[in-house]
Design a protein around this ligand. Sequence first.
Ligand SMILES: Nc1ncnc2c1ncn2[C@@H]1O[C@H](COP(=O)(O)OP(=O)(O)OP(=O)(O)O)[C@@H](O)[C@H]1O
Ligand SMILES: Nc1ncnc2c1ncn2[C@@H]1O[C@H](COP(=O)(O)OP(=O)(O)OP(=O)(O)O)[C@@H](O)[C@H]1O
Ligand SMILES: [Mg+2]
Ligand SMILES: [Mg+2]
Lengths: 228, 228
Amino acid sequence: MIELKDVHRTYGEGHAAVHALRGVSLSVPPGQFVAVMGPSGSGKSTLLHLLGALDWPTRGEVVLDGKNVARMDDNALTRLRRERIGFIFQFFNLLPTLNAVENVCLPALLGGKSLASVETRARQLLGRVGLGDRAHHRPSQLSGGEQQRVAIARALVTDPPILLADEPTGNLDSRSGAEVLTLLRQACDERKVAIVMVTHDAGAARRADRRVDIKDGLILNDQSQVPE
Amino acid sequence: MIELKDVHRTYGEGHAAVHALRGVSLSVPPGQFVAVMGPSGSGKSTLLHLLGALDWPTRGEVVLDGKNVARMDDNALTRLRRERIGFIFQFFNLLPTLNAVENVCLPALLGGKSLASVETRARQLLGRVGLGDRAHHRPSQLSGGEQQRVAIARALVTDPPILLADEPTGNLDSRSGAEVLTLLRQACDERKVAIVMVTHDAGAARRADRRVDIKDGLILNDQSQVPE
Ligand SMILES: Nc1ncnc2c1ncn2[C@@H]1O[C@H](COP(=O)(O)OP(=O)(O)OP(=O)(O)O)[C@@H](O)[C@H]1O
Ligand SMILES: Nc1ncnc2c1ncn2[C@@H]1O[C@H](COP(=O)(O)OP(=O)(O)OP(=O)(O)O)[C@@H](O)[C@H]1O
Ligand SMILES: [Mg+2]
Ligand SMILES: [Mg+2]
């Protein structure tokens, strides 16, 4: 379902070049929950952005739903991202002028749905991440972890078959974090969503079906595990 | 050295009012390292902003260096913040147009020092947080955890007697996080810095001399401990 084939990503040129990924291959089928761990700066966010077609490899291929991303035109790529992928960013990328409910509804609205048809689900998801009474707050009126939870609800609103999560519990206490992981686990088990979650939290990683360790732009280790 | 006296902080009004802090008292002497833990949304960042005179209580007093913050004029308050307090923000607040070294130098430059006199120390601090080879990158060219480490180096550059750290290891792997905690522990033990660190990481909290638990805007628990 989602695949990286010997992917390289270099930033800059010459002696200042940073080789963020140096030949990474990864294949994730539907219904599999993968945790990616590794040191700060090792290439995890870069990997996730390539998987989400938000960035392009310097070498190698990215294949989503059987299609080589490099051969798709802008419109097709935009539709693919919108309909098939939910992305939880490391720093959320919420729109500051919209409140929590509006931010959560946004992917569906961009996909052509009406506010009326999606608002109920958006409020439900906010309730599930404990933000029922913060629905009308804008990001600047929310705590760090509350903003993170809005970003999580937003990624789930269109119920996409692929979820890419960049440190989704980084600003959460252990209980809110556990609730988020339960939501992700449910998406995977009940609806066969393919999930790639970057995390620095070993406890969060133990909830996955598979653990990948990355260091200096290379995969060191990739193994199945029994999820906790 | 730093004190909150029955502090309240309410956002908004009427039935939409959020009582972020509902009567918090805390007194931290020089050379004490306090860890503050609590659920997402419980008032921790609010508490830290009040301690740093970046916000004002709705009720109660904030006392820094023996002075009631409410009775200080703007200039005196600005000097106090600049000379006495290092603040590590939950989302860093780096200047996007400056590179890592320039961001780290900024507090000293604003305090009247020349770039030449502070640049050596800035580069040293960046080296200590593992960013020696990222000194010339701007924030958009840094990973999440690298940006966080620039923010940490910046808070230390003027060697202030008070350090306020909002989830300083939230985007760091365990090894980078341990290095940061060592730096903080050193400031406290060797230079009698008073530190208040908000964290969701119980391991980080165990490095402190005292642990405060906050929930729904109130302190539940405040006790000394032997630092790990
Ligand atoms: N400008 C505002 N208007 C209304 N409510 C606000 C505003 N800013 C913060 N809040 C609310 O105040 C409460 C406390 O916020 P605070 O940022 O102190 O939480 P926190 O403990 O730091 O949480 P986290 O662990 O998620 O960072 C939150 O529930 C938040 O929704
Ligand atoms: N635009 C850029 N120009 C140059 N180097 C960059 C750029 N963006 C990222 N980098 C570098 O690429 C490396 C990988 O970055 P990436 O964001 O993928 O790391 P990460 O594993 O997500 O780290 P973290 O855990 O800190 O979030 C980092 O060392 C970073 O400095
Ligand atoms: Mg990252
Ligand atoms: Mg906070």
